[in-house]
Ligand binder design. Structure first.
Ligand code: OSB
Ligand code: MG
Length: 371
């Protein structure tokens, strides 16, 4: 295949409910949609779901735009490839910038699936016809507000609830949710907000007593040693997110027993090619995985659904319905969840139609490359 035309579309969508993590609070999101066209006119879409500020990872929307426009797309335009897993090699000289790369890699996979007239999930090696969705709930102003959010999503049928925690908002809200909702499948995510101090270890031991499915990324991204030390002291599995950007990081984590569950994010790992490889390595080591999210618009969300259909994704993924975040999505139909299950589309390509008029109405900036 050969991509002859590419464009980037910076699109802003308002969030239906503000989302607060340990580092930031958001009312709207700006993501970059990637559109690739091959020589026979087949179109493939991908999404660069970078946060606007460098607080989750070093990238921002602006760095993604720059790197995609100046380095990644020029490397792809005109190049011949047979399978999308070959595409990341086209920009192998570029170090890092995985969110930017992820959107283009995913667009190449979608393009390939469209051209083959096969569902994206099928070309990725997916086997599930539906995937179990969990919800990720932000830090709320009060415990009552948090209990209200858990109630809304539990009654909508979601089967797993992840709570964002941060120093000062941890044992108390988690215990309150545990008490109010009994044996709900609960997990916490600190986004690396805790310093590796005795005090933090004590907090983690208290959380260990809450019957959590996992504790996600308590310490700083590359602090494998502290995660390993904590894992040796608690029974709750540690799940790594920010720490694992590539397979080498994952091998480090395995060698140090620094995480017994892996959150595979398409964006963080640099695309579906890398996410699929991480799934393979996890399977070899018997590590359960799930697909994390970055509040994706429909295009990235559809890619997450397709990825979650691979056999090793045995834990609920952050693939909640579009409506949890957006009143109207860039795809038709939006991603929907029924009793916490999302059907994996059986139609070719992305499996959802991209609403190009809605994209055009909401775009803040466009760049066109190629013909
Ligand atoms: O750590 O999973 C995370 C959102 C922004 C930054 C980091 C994270 C998140 C989420 C989003 O939890 C979950 C979702 O997309 O539903
Ligand atoms: Mg996380």
């Amino acid at each position: 295949m050969r991509v002859v035309e590419a464009s980037l579309h910076l699109v802003r969508l308002p969030l239906v409910h503000q989302f607060q993590t340990s580092s930031h609070r958001k009312a709207h999101l700006d993501h970059i949609l990637v559109r690739l066209v091959d020589e026979s006119g087949v179109v493939g879409w991908g999404e660069i779901a970078s946060p606007s500020d460098p607080f989750y990872c070093p990238e921002t929307v602006e760095t993604c735009w720059l790197i995609a426009e100046k380095y990644l797309l020029p490397a792809v335009l005109g190049a011949e490839w047979e399978h999308p897993a070959e595409v990341p090699a086209l920009w192998r000289k570029v170090r890092g910038h995985r969110f930017a790369a992820a959107g283009i890699d995913a667009a190449a996979w979608t393009l390939f699936a469209e051209a083959q007239e096969l569902p994206l999930s099928t070309v990725l090696g997916g086997t599930r016809t539906s995937v179990t969705a969990g919800v990720s709930l932000g830090i709320e102003p009060t415990i009552d507000a948090l209990l209200g959010q858990v109630q809304i999503h539990a009654s909508a049928g979601y089967q797993r609830v992840k709570l964002k925690i941060a120093p000062g908002w941890d044992v108390e809200p988690v215990a309150a949710v545990r008490q109010a909702f009994g044996d709900v499948d609960l997990h916490v995510d600190a986004n690396g907000a805790y310093p590796a101090t005795d005090e933090s270890f004590a907090v983690m031991r208290q959380l260990d007593a809450q019957g959590l499915r996992m504790i996600e990324q308590p310490f700083a991204p590359r602090d494998f040693v502290s995660h390993g030390k904590l894992q040796s002291q608690i029974g709750t599995p540690i799940c790594l997110d920010e720490s694992v950007e590539d397979l080498a990081d994952f091998r480090t984590a395995l060698a140090l027993d620094a995480g017994r569950i892996l959150n595979i994010k398409v964006s963080r790992m640099g695309g579906l090619t890398a996410a699929r490889a991480a799934h393979g390595l996890a399977a070899e080591h018997g590590v359960p995985v799930w697909c994390g999210g970055m509040h994706e618009f429909g295009i990235g969300r559809a890619a997450n659904v397709a990825l979650s259909s691979l056999p090793g994704f045995s834990l609920p993924s952050d693939v909640s319905a579009s409506a949890k975040y957006y009143a109207r999505d860039v795809i038709v139909p939006a991603v929907e969840a029924e009793q916490g299950e999302v059907l994996v589309p059986a139609s070719p390509g992305l499996g959802y139609a991209v609403d190009e008029d809605f994209v055009a109405q909401n775009e803040l900036r466009v760049a066109r490359l190629g013909e």
